[in-house]
Design a protein around this ligand. Sequence first.
Ligand SMILES: C[S@@+](CC[C@H](N)C(=O)[O-])C[C@H]1O[C@@H](n2cnc3c(N)ncnc32)[C@H](O)[C@@H]1O
Length: 310
Amino acid sequence: MEICLHNLWNEYELIDCGNGRKLERFGEITLIRPEITATGKPHLSEAQWKEMANAEFVETSKNSGRWDIFKPIPETWRMEYTSRSHKRPLSVSRREADGMSTASQREETHITAELSLTTSKHIGIFPEQVINWQFIERESASYGHESFLNLFGYTGLSTVFASNFFDKATHIDSIRKVVEWTRRNAENSGRNNIRLITEDAQKFVEREIKRGNKYDGIILDPPAIGSGAKNEKWIFDEMIENLLSNVNQIAKRKSFIIMNLYSHSVFGMEIRELLHKSFPNHNIEMCEEVKGLSKFGGKISHGMFVWMKS
Ligand SMILES: C[S@@+](CC[C@H](N)C(=O)[O-])C[C@H]1O[C@@H](n2cnc3c(N)ncnc32)[C@H](O)[C@@H]1O
């Protein structure tokens, strides 16, 4: 699947890409960042890139680097996302409690993302998640509206978006700083139904199984390697099978699960096979590679997207 994110969210634009880098606009700020999947040639010249960009992240080793600043850049800036359908379904219980008529449920779903340059190349957002937000908006009306869970949730934009469609959204990440960032994104977006938890994703899921808690919707974006809040090891290839089987136990019989994946096989087992084994009651729709198109037709990879519905 090839997608031009700018058509879905006009505040974001992949302007150009190539030679292992990408030139992107996030609201009013334009950045150059490394992009391993930008294998083609850029359309614009180096001078044109530098002319447009506020800053460039230059990698100095595998996991670190520095920002070279070309134009003034605020410590934090914002991007706004407003969904196109302008509908916000509320749960029956909340609707009744609010005494709302059907007509008054119709309103825009709006989120505010706070962005800033960090010591890594990341800035608080993965704009390709907009595809998942559209899935949540489209599909959540067919499911219970009680509870949504985001595992490996980073700065929480998916949590904040989904919280518009559920009575409660739970956000899990192992890094306190990004959980605090989620709190600000929630506040700036006017959401107050989010439970923020700094914890190892696997431990949280295990505890939820014991507590008997189940979710109507779950999203997870497990990295290749990570670590829990108490330095618990996360190694995708070794642990994904167990995590998925546990996630299935905390998904309601009727539920949806969204996943972003970057590995094609785990211990030689195809991801598709693993998903069918882990989620026997769900229909699995999988896009092996979502490609992001630049303004000039260049391509980068956003990895694999999986949408499962029961
Ligand atoms: C690729 S990011 C997810 C991005 C997210 N999909 C979004 O769009 O904002 C992966 C996140 O997983 C978190 N993480 C890594 N290991 C973890 C673990 N064991 N438990 C919980 N979170 C973990 C990292 O702190 C990071 O924020």
